[in-house]
Design a protein around this ligand. Structure first.
Ligand code: NAP
Length: 523
């Protein structure tokens, strides 16, 4: 969350009240704005965004080499297909440009440089009172779309205040800091680190990678999408959709490996080990780069450039960082490395989202207090005690195998559907019952227990502080889409004090079949 004291424009140009307030303009926020415009033109919807522009995680993460490790065919909103991707795996700058271009269509509904600082449910008025860096705004429905991978997770390394060099997190890259010739450390070996290291190794004087746990790395089969192919996609949208569906189908099969049948994992392991053997000839280094947990337990990393970069003459792989000193950092063998710059590629805090501390529900508890370290929701978007709140990219909606966009659009669809139900029945507020939320999680938890994320012998950001997997969705994206296509009134309690204006224009009748669903939600 943006520091409320940061120098943002102070004049309040916000309306006093809107029907729906969307917080965050990344993929999730844009999916919500689209659904609201399409299904509920009668409602006044506004989005606020803490940044100067749209893009969410793709605005924040602008480190060297930032790119997508999910095929770009799946990395666009279904209502805004993009035939112009340059590669099968999109580069960060083009994904960011794509999101900004989609957001331009909603320009009159977005307030940038406006961060939520708190939100409180007013039970008497049946609405949310939202404080922002630009003043207060009230809304009937609050749609939180903060994303999961924008808030830097900075480890508390002893001695950090002694270090006299430059330090920053990968998601807050200091572009004013020239790395040429410098002694640079990268802390971490996750998806961010493996993209950064090959990009900077030839620029820096010396690169030290502090590796606490080696990662399973598989080849990245990327290719240019030439002008002819792009023209074809533009002129024959059906072909573009067909390619998207084919890519979606084969990526769905990954779930079988990670969540259903771990016996298939050795296939991925043998591919990873083959790449390691071919690219790393030094047996000692190879041993240090070989993980001891089951492949897939942490996110499998896609790159052909990581191992070659680690073997450059000016690169060193060492153990975990234990402390910082005035001159550098000490590894777990007690050796001090002299450094000018330390980059923390140490990930994010998705199970402790800062916005959860800012949202206070019906009984005066914040979301963070209700979750007590282990986020739980109903269908990933609703939380008992928090009426009229939709939390996009909420608990157990992340994927290990496909595009998050395929999960966000059904969530936006569900939001729209719920609002329609409320309007139709003359209710003013709804809230999932405690028993429905408990039942939902009681069904989900055993499914998660069987997955490689829970049982693969690693620690990862999928597991929260209680050890529970509150991040991943363990089934197919089509299962999620089907679940989100209907709103179950029996799982909710309703308030009737101030009805939402009933309208047929806002009807989002449940799609009966997959092909109907495709009209509204990806793929
Ligand atoms: P990450 O996967 O959470 O990796 C963090 C790394 O930092 C790990 O190697 C971890 O070591 C290390 N680390 C964390 N705390 C540490 C500490 N106190 N001391 C030493 N090492 C520490 O973070 P990430 O690489 O930023 O990626 C996060 C997620 O963002 C990914 O899983 C992915 O979903 C997404 N992402 C996607 C793309 C893309 O291409 N679409 C690119 C980048 C990121 P341990 O393994 O020992 O914990």
């Amino acid at each position: 969350m943006t520091d409320p004291t940061s120098p943002l424009p102070q004049q309040n140009t916000l309306p006093a009240r809107v029907d729906v307030l969307v917080v965050g303009v990344g993929f999730g926020g844009l999916a919500a704005l689209h659904r609201l415009r399409t299904d509920h033109p009668e409602l006044q919807a506004l989005a606020i965004e803490r940044g100067e522009g749209a893009g969410g995680v793709w605005r924040e993460n602008d480190y060297p080499g930032a790119a997508c490790d999910v095929p770009t065919s799946l990395y666009s909103l279904s209502f805004a297909p993009n035939p112009d991707w340059s590669h099968t795996y999109g580069r960060r700058h083009e994904i960011h440009a794509y999101l900004r271009s989609v957001a331009a269509d909603f320009a009159d509904q977005i307030e940038y440089n406006c961060a939520l600082t708190s939100a409180r449910w007013d039970g008497d008025a049946q609405e949310w009172i939202v404080a922002t860096t630009r003043g207060e705004i009230r809304c009937r429905f609050l749609v939180a779309a903060p994303g999961a991978l924008s808030e830097p997770g900075l480890p508390a390394v002893p001695g950090a205040d002694e270090f006299t060099g430059t330090m920053f997190h990968s998601a807050q890259w200091d572009h004013s800091h020239d790395l040429r010739g410098r002694r640079v450390a990268i802390v971490g070996t996750g998806a961010s680190a493996i993209q950064i290291v090959p990009e900077i190794v030839d620029t820096v004087g010396h690169l030290t990678v502090f590796q606490r746990t080696p990662a399973w790395v598989v080849p990245r089969v990327d290719r240019n999408i030439g002008p002819l192919e792009r023209t074809l996609y533009r002129r024959v949208p059906g072909l573009h959709r067909l390619v998207r569906r084919m890519v979606w189908t084969y990526r769905e099969a990954y779930v079988l490996m990670m969540a259903r049948n771990p016996k298939l994992l050795p296939i991925a392991k043998s591919i990873a080990l083959a790449q390691l053997r071919v690219q790393v000839r030094d047996k000692n280094l190879r041993r240090r780069l070989t993980p001891d947990y089951t492949i897939g337990c942490k996110r499998m990393l896609l790159t052909n450039k990581w191992f070659p970069a680690l073997q450059r003459n000016n690169a060193t792989v060492t153990g975990a960082i234990t402390r910082l000193t005035a001159r550098g950092a000490v590894d777990d063998a007690g050796r001090e490395h002299e450094l000018d710059t330390v980059v923390f590629a140490t990930g994010f805090t998705p199970t402790q989202p800062p916005i959860a501390h800012a949202i206070t529900g019906r009984d005066g508890r914040t979301l963070a207090e209700a979750w007590a370290g282990s986020p739980r929701a109903y269908r990933g978007v609703e939380v008992h005690g928090f009426p009229n709140l939709f939390f996009l990219y909420g608990p157990n909606t992340n994927l290990g195998h496909s595009s998050i966009v395929l999960m966000l659009e059904p969530q936006a669809y569900y939001m729209s559907k719920a609002i329609s139900e409320l309007a139709r029945n003359g209710h003013s507020a709804f809230e999932v019952t405690e028993s429905a939320q408990e039942r939902y999680n009681a069904d989900l938890d055993p499914e998660l227990e069987r997955t490689v994320w829970n049982s693969g012998g690693c620690s990862s950001w999928y597991l929260d502080s209680t050890g529970r997997n509150s991040v991943m969705w363990p089934k197919f994206t089509s299962d999620f889409r089907r679940m989100m296509a209907s709103f179950d009134a029996a799982d909710h309690r309703f308030d009737d004090a101030i009805p939402v204006a009933s309208t047929t224009a806002g009807d989002t009748t449940a799609p009966a079949t997959d092909s109907d669903t495709e009209r509204t939600v990806a793929p």
